[in-house]
Unconditional design. Structure first.
Lengths: 321, 553
């Protein structure tokens, strides 16, 4: 286990180093110099002004030198300042990360909680009317564009019924969870309705496969109750592919949901990453994308560990899962 | 089941019930959140809009486009002796201009606004590491500042410019708060300034309101500033919410969670026109044409566009009045010149180009594009009159306009191909480096009485040699225009100055270095109960007069 973890940690470091270099190079290749764009609205700015600001922001130095400077500082815990927000990168990232975790964490938990019983129910009665209704619901969720669904929810629940707030993090001055909860309902509903379909289809497919296995037939022949067969035996095995999908989604928890965040004015990581890339704010874009990469790697590691817990045949001996 | 649903409904509505905004609170919806808060580092429309509630420039253009004093007591003037030509130590001619700070002006923590703040602001502005974009004003234009007393100071300007009275960009800083931060580390001042680290510090603000809460990316709360010296503001709280998606912003308006959407950084014109048709009875909708000059930039190095007859024909071939009516409900006035008719320096009498397809055809024939094959004009060498037009991808209004122009030019026998790019690429590369082949549709924004030197002077053509500086993307070169642009900066005698402005507009209309289309109208959606909001139509925000905003009755 220790060897396995050490090997994965090493892999993660290599991936992160490559990712940081790739992001730096790709952002440098983007059209439009950040200082030129900053000065575009100032007709009195001279080439000397542009040169002065480029030197101030370190943009006059060669790309690799800039990268090396950032890397050395980052390794000592200094991730630099955001050029756009004039704040330390971690100060900019912190609140956005929390907002994203709340939004996407709630949505993912709700999606999985609903998708599991729905998928299992559909798999137990394939092609029956209930399965057809569930499938219809799933395909509708998958097919409907998130922005359209979000707008529909806002129009219905905020404009027409006036039950829920249309957007924002919470009432001005309202810090408590109870005060903020209503603001979470529509964005979470919009994300959840869009993702339940996918999860349900995975659960259904995995369960249908397991329910056809010999061990299920044997368990039934031994006289085990149907619910024990389904929930204790079949589902446990069906969870392995589902865990993979959830683990891959884990990285998304930290990289945000751009469309939903924009529609519901929910300042999260998706919008921050988009704005930092478009605004050429390298430090923020770099750290945010690295964080998303790191969490995807951690999600995969957790999935590997979960496989061992779910399937006794999986072992970490020899450094492989 | 039914009772459960009812309970959920009641619980939800009790929890959320977004209370209708009280009349002592105003909720403003913007589509952009200010990235930072320092008044002079990084310019942003949304930041200017919010900061104009919490601070005031020395001078600004008012809603009638007249220069006015906001922080000073009186505009300096040559005839009053508060402005005076002088000889600089190097022998050149300069001008000294004296201002007096309003004696009642005080920062939100009670400290008076003094000449100490003026000197400190100048020190920061001219420091090469402070991060100021408008370095020109602080480091070159202002050569010295003399302090007479706590409130009166004299600025010595390098050149005797006709706009000597204006110091709109001299955004004063509180030296008692900012000096220690700046002196400790000038190179990192832009990130360590209290505007970024302690934004709700009352001492940073001196407008009718001060910023009391900032939720990054979401909203800003402003409350009345007890040290404000002018008319008391009417609202106990102003909340500025950011909702970037315009459809969601519209839904917020309808849900009553946003009271108003200003034109400065709000909804696009086409969306507001549709909104007004559906919900106009519930809101006041104001359209304010301003200084955004929508035009077709021409690359004058293009062989076809070099010919003035082709440029004139292109303008005669499009029906701008009909386009304005059809696409913009007539709210967006047709532009016949680069200078807005609302500007004091506008001088009618220049040539205009009405829709006249017959004249367009005649001009094209004369220019040698007289053979039509498959509807497209060709010249004697068999070359097609084919031009490319670019605009900012994703700007629905411009993309529709572009298609209408394409169709009307097609009728005149001009083949126009659409090639659009994201704004970042179009402005960051294509225009900046003059890589557009023929035409580009976008807007210039200026200020009242702004001399368009960077756009029309031949020294402002971006080239590799000048590191692609300047905004004369057309590559327009006319020595007569250069002379007028240069003279406008220092010939200030009113009649002579007016004559120069008239000449500039005449040369523009005769040369057509670009094709004028419209002056963009900014749409404002206001609640019926709100009074006093007057859009400016120029770069100074309507919030500079927010103390006059109040509930009706």
């Amino acid at each position: 286990m220790t060897r396995f973890l050490a090997s994965r940690l090493l892999q993660a470091l290599v991936v992160l180093a490559l990712m940081s270099l790739a992001v730096t190079v790709l952002m440098a290749l983007m059209p439009g110099d950040p200082v030129d764009m900053m000065l575009a609205g100032n007709p009195r700015a001279t080439p000397a002004d542009a040169a002065r600001l480029k030197a101030l922001y370190g943009l006059d130095r060669p790309l690799l030198e800039r990268y090396w400077h950032w890397l050395s500082a980052a390794l000592s815990g200094d991730f630099g300042y955001s050029r756009l927000y004039a704040q330390p990168v971690l100060t900019v990232l912190g609140p956005r990360l929390l907002n994203t975790l709340v939004l996407l964490g709630a949505s993912m938990a709700l999606s999985v909680a609903v998708a599991l019983p729905l998928g299992v129910y559909a798999a137990r009665r394939p092609h029956g009317w209930a399965d057809n209704v569930i499938n219809l619901f799933c395909f509708a969720g998958i097919s409907v564009p998130v922005f359209w669904l979000a707008l529909l929810l806002i129009l219905l629940f905020a404009v027409e019924l006036q039950w829920l707030p249309a957007s924002g993090l919470g009432p001005v001055g309202g810090e408590s969870l109870v005060e903020r909860l209503p603001y979470l309902v529509l964005p979470v509903a919009s994300l959840t309705l869009a993702s339940i379909g996918g999860y349900t289809r995975y659960v259904r497919a995995a369960m249908m496969g397991e329910l056809r296995q010999d061990y299920v037939r044997t368990a039934r022949a031994k006289g085990l109750g149907e619910s024990r067969v389904v929930w204790r035996h079949a589902l446990r095995n069906a969870l392995i592919p589902i865990v993979t999908v959830v683990a891959l989604e884990f990285g998304v928890l930290f990289s945000g949901a751009l469309v939903t965040e924009t529609m519901f004015a929910w300042p999260g990581m998706g919008k921050l990453i988009y704005d930092s890339i478009m605004g050429n704010d390298l430090n923020v874009a770099l750290v945010a994308l690295l964080f998303a990469t790191l969490t995807t790697l951690v999600g995969n590691l957790l999935a590997d560990i979960a496989y061992a817990a779910l399937d006794p045949r999986v072992s970490f001996k020899g450094g492989e899962g | 089941m039914r009772s459960g649903l009812a309970a959920l409904t009641i619980a939800t509505s009790l929890l959320s019930a977004p209370a209708l905004a009280e009349k002592d609170e105003l909720v403003i919806g913007l589509t952009q959140f200010p990235a930072n808060w320092h008044p002079s580092i990084e310019a942003m429309a949304s930041k200017a809009y919010v900061l104009s509630m919490a601070r005031r420039p020395f001078t600004a253009y008012d809603t009638d486009w007249q220069l006015t004093c906001l922080l000073c007591t009186e505009l300096p003037a040559l005839e009053k002796g508060t402005a005076e030509y002088e000889t600089r130590p190097d022998g050149g001619k300069g001008i000294k201009v004296t201002y007096t700070i309003n004696p009642k002006a005080a920062w939100g923590d009670g400290k008076p606004v003094t000449t100490e703040d003026v000197l400190f602001t100048w020190t920061v502005g001219k420091h090469p590491q402070s991060g100021y974009g408008n370095f020109d004003l602080f480091a070159r234009d202002i050569v010295a500042i003399d302090v007479k007393d706590e409130r009166t100071f004299t600025i010595h300007r390098e050149k005797p410019v006709c706009t000597y009275r204006e110091i709109n960009d001299f955004e004063i800083l509180p030296s008692h708060l900012e000096r220690p931060v700046f002196e400790a580390d000038p190179a990192n001042y832009r990130t360590r300034s209290k505007y970024e680290t302690d934004t709700t510090n009352p001492g940073l603000w001196f407008g009718p309101y001060r910023i009391t809460q900032v939720e990054p990316g979401s909203h800003v709360v402003l409350e009345p500033n007890p040290t404000w010296w002018g008319q008391a503001p009417a609202f106990k709280r102003v909340i500025v919410k950011t909702i970037e998606n315009t459809a969601a912003l519209e839904a917020n308006l309808l849900a009553g969670q946003v009271d108003m959407v200003p034109g400065e950084t709000g909804l696009p014109l086409d969306q507001v026109l549709a909104f007004e048709k559906r919900h106009g009875s519930r809101f006041q909708v104001i359209y304010k044409p301003g200084l955004f000059f929508e035009h077709v930039e021409l690359n004058l190095d293009n062989p076809a566009l070099k010919d003035l007859r082709v440029r004139k024909a292109l303008l005669h071939a499009i029906d701008r009045e009909a386009i304005s009516k059809q696409l913009f409900d007539g709210r967006q006035p047709v532009a016949h010149n680069e200078i807005s008719p609302l500007d004091r320096v506008h001088a009618p009498g220049y040539a205009t180009y009405a829709y006249d397809p017959a004249l367009a055809a005649k001009l094209l024939d004369e220019a040698g594009w007289n053979q039509r094959r498959a509807g497209v004009r060709h010249n004697a060498q068999g070359e097609r009159l084919s031009l490319e037009i670019m605009t900012t991808a994703g700007n629905r209004s411009r993309e529709v306009l572009q298609q209408v122009l394409q169709a009307q030019w097609r009728q005149a026998g001009v083949d126009v191909r659409i090639v659009n790019e994201p704004p970042r690429v179009l402005f960051g590369e294509t225009l900046d480096k003059r890589r557009f082949k023929a035409m580009a549709l976008f807007a210039w924004v200026s200020a009242p009485e702004n001399i368009p030197r960077t756009i029309f002077h031949s020294s402002m053509v971006p080239t590799e040699a000048n590191n692609w500086s300047g905004q004369n993307y057309a590559g327009y070169r006319n020595p007569e225009m250069d002379k007028v642009l240069e003279d406008l900066e220092h010939v200030c005698e009113p009649d002579a100055n007016r004559a120069l402005w008239a000449k500039l507009q005449r040369i523009y209309a005769e040369d057509l270095p670009n094709l004028p289309l419209f002056f963009r109208a900014d749409p404002y959606i206001l609640p019926p109960w709100l009074d006093g909001v007057v859009p400016t139509g120029h770069q100074d925000s309507s919030t500079l007069w927010i103390e006059t905003w109040k509930p009706k009755g």
